[in-house]
Design a protein around this ligand. Structure first.
Ligand code: GLA
Length: 619
């Protein structure tokens, strides 16, 4: 398909001038059955290239255990793109930001307290090397120099926004070359002095990222690189959402105008995102500028293709601008994927987290004098339960959690005492009877920070728990990673059905489950498979699984009001839906499977966000 080089400010493909018109689609945010559909929709819009990050934590979920199958089968994604006639840009990095858990770094890295991230720290580099030894040989046959579709590979991601260790960038570059990567290498950074200074290295092609102010951004770039081709490696045409905020939208006409201007100037580009997809499982990241802000399950991004793969007004606007500049659709737009309203599903069975033997089935307890964060006990994602016994009597005191990451529910003798959140760390009033009480603290990891100086973000409780000034010791710690196979061992009982329960001892009155965490299960039949949306009205906060696949988090804090369920996750016949609800399900115990998405109330993307100078303020 051709090898990419550059000369006199122009990209050359097999020696001929070439413009890269790329769109970002992350294979790890789309079920593999839909990769072809999304790639064809990219081609049908006039794009000639697809760009994807590679997420280290997806490929090495446990240290030394690699995963390159299913949604992690990146080689198949790249091959497919090539087969469909698209070029590919890959960004292994190893850090990717991307609103992805820990910017793609594996949580287990933080089990090494001494590790220093994203620099020439020998320990960090040894872990990167181990990963690259597995990963890069899978990419080498797919390079354009070997007849494959990969045109270019990124060395690090916006490194200038984080550090200035050029020896680290050189090490990564050399590591790619040594393992056989002989296509064009590049870095990408914001168009500011410090970012370009920190993030670029001498003989590696530098590219820039921005969403607006084309002229200003390119002139800054030209101060540093006078003869390299103009390439916007990330043209932000929308934006991502945090929980507790509105859904971001950016006008199609605005995006079309900026695109037109870029193309007018002869630039190449990668539209970030062309199709955002979904942060399935526990993989959504978070930002922390002034406070901790967790990212939603949807990564719709207000991109030209929606989270569920429909085209938008923006898609049409982009297609028209691309055509105007001679980049025409390379194929027809595929047939739409049907959406189905399966209706109400009653989650008629429940397994309380604290009842029966459920905890024993979910977790092997660890005894520890002091509190330990997740990573110290070998856990990366999910929840963690800390339990201890407090002597009484104690009157009118206050319970403090020193460094909660990220949201703790506190229970005293099985009764809810309240919630302490990383963004609201108010202590809780506590009174302990003379014979003492059991204290349980359930902490949710809501996603490690993926951008900025605070990316080292261990989870659980990192310092300790105090009553007034007195630290509590002697803990039982239960990791709750909630892997699908663990859920199979839960003991479910029917939820009380207004007195119609046959065996009284098997019933579970509302008062028992009210406010307490538990798993709710229900089944529903499917005849015609299509995409659907899980509305969680009436439920508070938790995680949902369909047929054992983790769909991600739901939360009534919004903006998102429904979780996307791609059709390939359903099967003909009976389907099983499980919700781990942290605050007790609604009376009806129902959810609705609708044919309508709902990303919630919208707000315009602030122009300042799209201009790199202020992005750190607004991310
Ligand atoms: C930067 C990063 C991307 C992503 C975008 C915002 O440009 O490089 O990974 O985080 O910001 O969506």
């Amino acid at each position: 398909m051709g090898v990419l080089t550059w000369k006199n400010g122009v990209y050359l493909l097999n020696g001929q001038p070439y413009r890269i018109i790329s769109g970002a689609i992350h294979y790890f945010r789309v079920v593999p059955e839909y990769w072809e559909d999304r790639l064809l929709k990219l081609k049908a819009c006039g794009f000639n290239t697809v760009e994807t990050y590679l997420a280290w934590n997806v490929h090495e979920p446990k240290e030394g255990e690699f995963n390159f199958s299913g949604m992690a089968d990146v080689a198949s994604f790249i091959e497919l793109a090539g087969k469909l006639g698209l070029h590919v840009i890959v960004r292994p990095s190893p850090f990717i930001c991307a609103e992805w858990e820990f910017g793609g770094l594996p949580g287990w890295l933080l089990g090494y307290e001494e590790v220093r991230l994203r620099c020439s720290d020998p320990l960090y580099l040894s872990k990167v090397d181990h990963y690259y030894d597995e990963l890069i040989p899978r990419l080498v046959p797919l390079l354009s120099t070997n007849g494959g579709p990969i045109l270019a590979v990124q060395v690090e991601n916006e490194y200038g926004s984080y550090g200035n260790d050029h020896a680290y960038l050189e090490y990564l570059r050399a590591g790619l070359v040594r393992r056989g990567v002989d296509v064009l290498l590049f870095t990408s950074d914001g168009p500011t002095d410090e970012m370009l200074l920190g993030g670029s290295i001498g003989d590696v092609h530098a590219t820039v990222n921005f969403g607006s102010r084309v002229e200003e951004s390119f002139s800054k770039y030209r101060e540093y690189r006078t003869d390299e081709p103009l390439m916007v490696m990330e043209f932000w045409n929308g934006w991502f959402d945090h929980w507790m905020e509105d859904h971001h939208v950016r006008e199609a006409a605005d995006v079309a105008g900026v695109l037109d201007e870029m193309l007018e100037k002869g630039s190449s580009l990668n539209m970030y995102m062309f199709h955002g997809g979904t942060n399935f499982g526990f993989y959504s990241g978070a930002n922390h500028i002034k406070t901790y802000e967790p990212t939603t399950t949807s990564y719709d991004y207000d991109a030209p293709l929606t989270e569920w793969g429909d085209k938008t007004e923006k898609y049409e606007a982009v297609r028209l601008v691309l055509s105007k500049h001679g980049f025409y659709p390379g194929c027809d737009f595929p047939e739409p994927i049907p959406k189905v309203a399966y209706g109400k599903v009653v989650l008629s069975e429940m397994a309380g987290l604290f009842t029966d033997t459920n905890l024993e089935h979910l977790s092997d307890p660890i005894r520890s004098v002091s509190i330990q964060p997740m990573e110290k006990i070998g856990q990366s994602y999910g929840f963690i339960l800390y339990s201890t016994y407090i002597q009484g009597p104690r009157q009118g005191q206050q319970l403090h959690i020193q460094e909660v990451r990220d949201r703790a529910q506190v229970f005293l003798d099985g009764q809810s005492l309240g919630v302490i959140e990383r963004w609201d760390t108010q202590p809780l009033d506590i009174t302990v009877p003379a014979n003492g009480a059991r204290l349980d603290i359930l902490v949710e990891n809501m996603g490690r920070i993926n951008y900025g100086p605070l990316i080292r973000d261990p989870k659980g409780i990192t310092e300790g728990v105090r009553i007034d000034n007195q630290f509590l010791y002697d803990w039982t710690i239960r990791p709750l990673p909630l892997a699908p196979e663990m859920l199979a061992s839960l003991s479910y009982r029917p939820v009380t059905d207004q007195g119609q329960v046959e065996h009284v001892e098997l019933s579970m009155p509302k008062s028992v489950r009210a406010g307490l965490p538990g798993f709710y299960r229900g089944c529903f039949p499917v005849e015609d498979i299509g995409d659907t949306f899980l509305r969680f009205d009436g439920w508070t906060k938790g995680v949902a699984w369909i047929n054992g696949f983790n769909l991600g988090r739901y939360w009534n804090a919004g903006p998102q009001k429904a979780l996307y369920i791609p059709g390939p996750l359903l099967r003909k016949g009976e389907n099983e839906l499980v919700l781990f609800e942290l605050h007790g399900g609604p009376e009806s115990c129902e959810v609705e499977l609708s044919d309508q998405p709902d990303l919630g109330q919208t707000a315009a993307v602030d122009e300042a966000v799209l201009n790199f100078v202020q992005v750190e303020e607004d991310k």
